[in-house]
Ligand binder design. Sequence first.
Ligand code: PCA
Length: 210
Amino acid sequence: AAPTPHARASPGVNTLLTAFDAFAGMARNTSEDVLREVARRKVRGVEDAVLPTEYARAGSGIVRLIGERSPDLVVMLGMGRAAAGLQLERVALNLDDSTSPDNAGEVRRAMPIVPGGPAAYWSTLPLDPLAEALQARGVSAVLSRDAGAFVCNHVFYTARHFVADRQLDVACGFVHLPRGTDQRPRPDVTALADAVEHCIEFVRTHRTPG
Ligand code: PCA
């Protein structure tokens, strides 16, 4: 379906920003906190959605959101293990494989996400220049090989596959944010929201169509 005219809040790049709810018994998910802070700022052209940390519902959710909102850019956030700062994920794997149950109690081991699909998809964000730009602003950002094999990776792969399969011109990437632990202070949500906003701005201005 053609995007409705009002769907383009910005004449530039329409962005879908997603995060996940709390999982594995943890009280909070940094990605949800950061997404709510970015949403509160009403950044032009950014639409946000929180996905459930469930393979099935998060997978169908991301596909529905991309279909309905026709974004030009999809930035997916999750909470990862990075000690500090942003973890920019290079590839999405065609693999669900975790001992952790998702929020629906489902455990998936050694299962392809799309049987017969490519083993992996690259992120289509300009990760290396983005990392440099973040570091130049004093933001802690590291490149990471992949997003794991739990629900975050599931959503990343599902989004990339949907976009590749339909040959949509949509840049798509995944960023893990730090998690708070007893040993570490709670992540600085304001600083992380600044960093996420900067990521979006950078990708919007450095995006090459096609
Ligand atoms: N992190 C988990 C799932 C939800 C989230 O925020 C992951 O890394 O897969």
